[in-house]
Design a protein around this ligand. Sequence first.
Ligand code: IMP
Length: 202
Amino acid sequence: MKLVLASKNEKKLREMQEILGHMGVEVCLQSQVGVDVDVEETGTTFEENSLLKAKAVMEASGMPAIADDSGLCVDALGGAPGVYSARYGGPGLDDVGRYRLLLENLKGQPRSARFVSVITCCFPDGSVITARGECPGTIAFAPMGEGGFGYDPVFFLPERKKTFAQLTPEEKNEISHRGQALRKFQKALEGHVSGAAERAPV
Ligand code: IMP
C-alpha cells in the first residue's frame, strides 16, 4: 500500500518510513505525487489539524493520505507551544530561534513537558484511522546534540540522560511520540486492510 504524507518535512517522512516500511507500507511526500496544497492549520487540537491535513491531501491526490500533527506541550506554559509549536514566536524564527525563545520563557520555571503526535490517515472511501502518541520528558537548560529536528536539542529524557537530538534515529523512534502513534496506527491499519479484504466481493 502507498500512503501520501501530508507534509513537506523530509525528517518526518524518514521517521515514518522507518516504522511503516517494516510492514510493507510505502510513504512518499505530497510533492512526489504532484500535490502542492498548503493546508492552513486552523484547528485548536492536534486531532483537528491532523485530520485537516490528511483530508485535504487525500482529496487532492485521490490516494490514501497520512498526516502527523505534533508539538511540544510544556506544563509551566499551560501546554504551550502545543499545536502552535511550528509557529512559536512568529514567522521570523527558525528551529534554533524557537527553542532559544522557549529556554528564555522557561527561566526559573518547572521544566516538565511532553511531545504529542496525532497520526490521521484518510482513505478515498471515506474511512479514517487516528492514533495518538505521547512522550514525557523535561526541557534542558541548554541545547545538546545534533540529530533530529525542531525542539529535539532541548527535549531531555531524564532516564536516558540525553536529549532527543543525542539519540540515534532508531532510539528516537523506539520511544518518541511519533514512534508510539505510528505503532498504534500500524496495528489499526492491519485491521483496516484485513477488514477491507473481508468486505470485498469475491
Ligand atoms: P507540524 O508539522 O504542524 O505538526 O508541526 C510540528 C512542530 O512541532 C515541528 O515544526 C516542531 O517544531 C515540533 N515537533 C514535532 N515533533 C517533533 C520532534 O519529534 N522533534 C522536535 N520537534 C518536533
